[in-house]
Design a protein around this ligand. Structure first.
Ligand code: G16
Length: 542
């Protein structure tokens, strides 16, 4: 077995987006493509020599093959040890936990998250640093720079590692430790939640449906909900990960988790429904006939987290991404704790969590998490909900109604225009940018513009700056429209329009969401010239 030094050239700028490098699988499968990026990651962190990493992915097409390549490259670059999930599987939050638990230098996670999988669909690789969280912008910028100048990479010609075999093997002198992907994660959850209370809830006949969407959370949810908490067999559906997610789109929202939504809105709906995405960091929560928006879920969890043992001492603060609704700010204000608004991308929460400024974080894109790891965590959110339901002895609808009466309701919806020609999407954003100064004071339909700006962020911990993080238009009465281009799409450009409208606790709390947002939707469409998309409706509305 020898280390081979392979001559290569930059293929294209491999620019990591909101969450690592995401491309069509066939792009990743081109000669040298994956290798160029992995070598650039190692180079950007000053080499892999003597270092320890965690590697795993969501089981999508090309996962196992890519892991073998990464292991051989880590060995050839002199890494000391790599911890891999059995079968190459690790959910993103479980990988984050393993990095922290084992004090490794970092980890490589293979996933395109909620994007579909398969040879004609999407693949992705991201690098997480030693705190368990996604690499910050300074590090991803170095990776990109490296991909533009790469001339060679190192790879071992050793045989493949048996990823099915738990235990230690060696690869060209590097230790490969294959671990049960679920065990350590489950042990962590047991320290945070009252498993006895949740077990009693299920024993009392509480019914739940968890849709794992044929993705990586299946084994985790089955082991924890059915195996440990006593939920009846069949509580977890689509629980076996498949390379193409059963031909589906593993994005836990009302559009893609339609089977679950139909059941939850049907006559014999279970008490609680939940779903998770490709790599297990996103979640969706549904009550009987009630969809809980991710922004509301964050607010409710922040308001009730103290009911779970892991958060009984209270929260240091709550952080949300800018496009997320202000619902969690209202909770933070009432609890008199820190409240933070960051750009989109979980990496921005890392410094706040590390510094102990925030305990719970969340995003409108179906992500919630806490300082137990440095990623959002789908199953964690579901278990916290279960703990709260068990403690309060109420259903999801009662909890939501009570929350809205106390804090008011932020009606919220995201409208996505997918696979737009890049120039059309850029024109819309550029034109909006040019109007920012003149919008103030204008009336558009029923709405009066109070202010408009482009979101910039200065990290309160390390002072790093991020600009051009989305355009915000604030209307009188607490409504808001936000425009942003997605950083995770792999085809054309995706324009996201985030709509929000607030009513206080004495107002009308039970209007249909899209109806409640109609005026702000109209104003947003007029101001941005959305007709240019050529679409008469969004492709996805969540
Ligand atoms: C990733 C990040 C999230 C972020 C999302 C935004 O999610 O981890 O923190 O909110 O991207 O996506 P977009 O740029 O498309 O709006 P994931 O679940 O895809 O890793």
């Amino acid at each position: 077995m020898t280390v081979q030094i392979i001559q290569t050239n930059p293929i294209e700028g491999q620019k990591p987006g909101t969450s690592g490098l995401r491309k069509k699988t066939r792009v990743f499968m081109q000669e040298h493509y994956l290798e160029n990026f992995v070598q650039s990651v190692f180079d950007a962190i000053d080499g892999a020599k003597g270092k320890r990493f965690v590697v795993g992915g969501d089981g999508r097409y090309f996962n196992a093959q890519a892991i073998q390549t990464i292991l051989k490259m880590a060995a050839a670059n002199g890494a000391a040890e790599v911890i891999v999930g059995q079968g190459g599987l690790l959910s993103t939050p479980a990988a984050s936990h393993l990095i922290r638990l084992n004090g490794t230098d970092g980890g490589l996670i293979l996933s395109a998250s909620h994007n579909p999988g398969g040879i004609d669909e999407d693949f992705g690789v991201k690098y997480n640093i030693g705190n368990g969280g996604p690499a910050p912008e300074g590090v991803t910028a170095k990776m990109l720079a490296r991909t533009l100048e790469i001339t060679e990479y190192k790879v071992s010609d050793a045989a493949d590692v048996d990823l099915g075999l738990i235990g230690e093997q060696t690869l060209d002198g590097m230790v490969v430790r294959v671990v049960d992907p679920v065990a350590d994660y489950k042990a962590l959850m047991e320290t945070l939640f009252d498993f006895g209370k949740i077990r009693a809830l299920f024993a009392g006949g509480f019914r739940m449906r968890f849709d794992a969407m044929h993705a990586v959370t299946g084994p985790y949810a089955t082991a924890i909900l059915e195996g440990t908490l006593g939920a009846p067999a069949g509580t977890v559906i689509n629980g076996v990960p498949s390379e193409d997610f059963g031909g589906g789109h593993p994005d836990p929202n009302p559009v893609w988790a339609k089977t679950l939504m139909d059941e939850m809105f049907g006559d014999d709906a279970p008490d609680f429904g939940a779903a998770s995405d490709g790599d297990g960091d996103r979640n969706m929560v549904v009550g009987k006939q009630l969809y809980v928006t991710p922004s509301d879920s964050l607010a409710v969890l922040a308001a009730n987290a103290h009911l779970a043992p892991g958060y009984a001492r209270g929260l240091a603060g709550v952080a949300r991404s800018m496009p997320t609704s202000a619902a969690s700010d209202r909770v933070a204000a009432k609890l008199d704790i820190g409240s933070f608004e960051t750009p989109t991308g979980w990496k921005f929460f890392g410094t706040l969590l590390d510094a102990g400024k925030a305990t719970i974080c969340g995003e409108e894109s179906a992500g919630t998490g806490s300082d137990h790891v440095r990623e959002k965590d789908g199953l964690w959110a579901v278990l916290l909900w279960l703990n709260v339901l068990a403690e309060r002895g109420q259903g999801v609808s009662e909890i939501m109604a009570d929350h809205w009466k106390t804090f008011g309701r932020d009606y919220y919806s995201r409208h996505d225009y997918e696979a737009l020609p890049v120039d059309v999407a850029n024109d819309i954003m550029d034109d909006l940018r040019e109007q920012l100064d003149v919008l103030r004071g204008q009336n558009v339909g029923e709405m009066a513009v109070l202010a408009a700006d482009e979101f910039s962020y200065v990290d309160p911990v390390d002072g790093s700056e991020s600009h051009k993080q989305g355009i915000r238009i604030f209307f009188e009465g607490g409504s808001r429209a936000v425009f942003r281009l997605s950083g995770t799409g792999t085809e054309g450009a995706t324009l996201r329009v985030y709509l929000q409208s607030y009513v206080d606790g004495a107002g009308d709390l039970f209007v249909e969401t899209q109806a409640a947002l109609e005026d702000v939707r109209y104003a947003a469409a007029e101001i941005s010239g959305l007709a240019r998309t050529g679409r008469d409706a969004p492709d996805v509305m969540t």
